[in-house]
Structure formats: C-alpha cells, structure tokens
Design a binder for this molecule. Sequence first.
Ligand SMILES: [Zn+2]
Length: 150
Amino acid sequence: MLKVEHEERVVISVVTKRAGNWLASARLRPTKQRMALAEALVGDGHHRHVTAESLFERVQRTGDRVSLATVYNTLRAFCDAGLLQEVTVDGSRSYFDTNTHDHPHFYWEDTHELTDAPVDQLKIMQLPEVPEGAEIASVDVIIRLRRKLS
Ligand SMILES: [Zn+2]
C-alpha cells in the first residue's frame, strides 16, 4: 500500500516537472492555471491535438478549476510563445498541436479528430507561383478522411 502511494507521487512529480520545463522553455511563469493546462498537454510526454473544449473537459476531470475562457486564452498565449501550433480546419475549428514542427495532418470528418500523418511519406513537388510582392508564410497539409462504407 505504501509502495503504491510512493509510486503515484513519483509519477505526479514527473508530469509536473515536464510541464514546468515546457513553460520555462518559453520563459512563461508557471502560474497555477498554466501548470494545470501544461500538465494536461505535455505531462505524459506525448504529442497531442486539442481543441479548447476538449482540453477544458480533460482538465475538469483532474479537478482543476479553470474556465473555458481561461483555457482558450491560455492556449492562445502558448501559441504566441511558440509552445503550440494552431491548425485550423473548416476556417473556424481550431486545434492546438504540441508538435510545433511542420507536418501533415489527417482530419477525420466523422469524429472531428485531428491526427498526425506520416511526414516522411509527403512529397510536395511544386507550389504555385505566389503573386508579386508576396511570399509563402506556411503550407498546411490537411488530408480529410472519412470511413469507407463496407
Ligand atoms: Zn500534429
């Protein structure tokens, strides 16, 4: 019994440490709310794609009191600090990705889920010429998927 409690404490401290390091890498002060969201985002060491709503639900389950507006504003602040990249689908649905490197995405139309597509299998041979005085800021590759009817 005591051993399990000890192990739980160790797991929690690793999650907290990851979250703290993540905020520190962008020189963000580890406020209580930022830490709660950072732990939910990167605490397990895996990349994830969240919406403000899905992160809000996730954090509520851990018992932390953070409003949806705070989640939204904090996600924006994390984006501005370069910790997250925003991926917009359908012009209005915003996903926030903990993987900030360029990579393509699969968008699952039936579940509205965004997942990573294998970057090594993507080849962009040529892009259209941009209008004079313009330069390409970024190229988003979102491959929309639907389940096959069997
Ligand atoms: Zn991604």
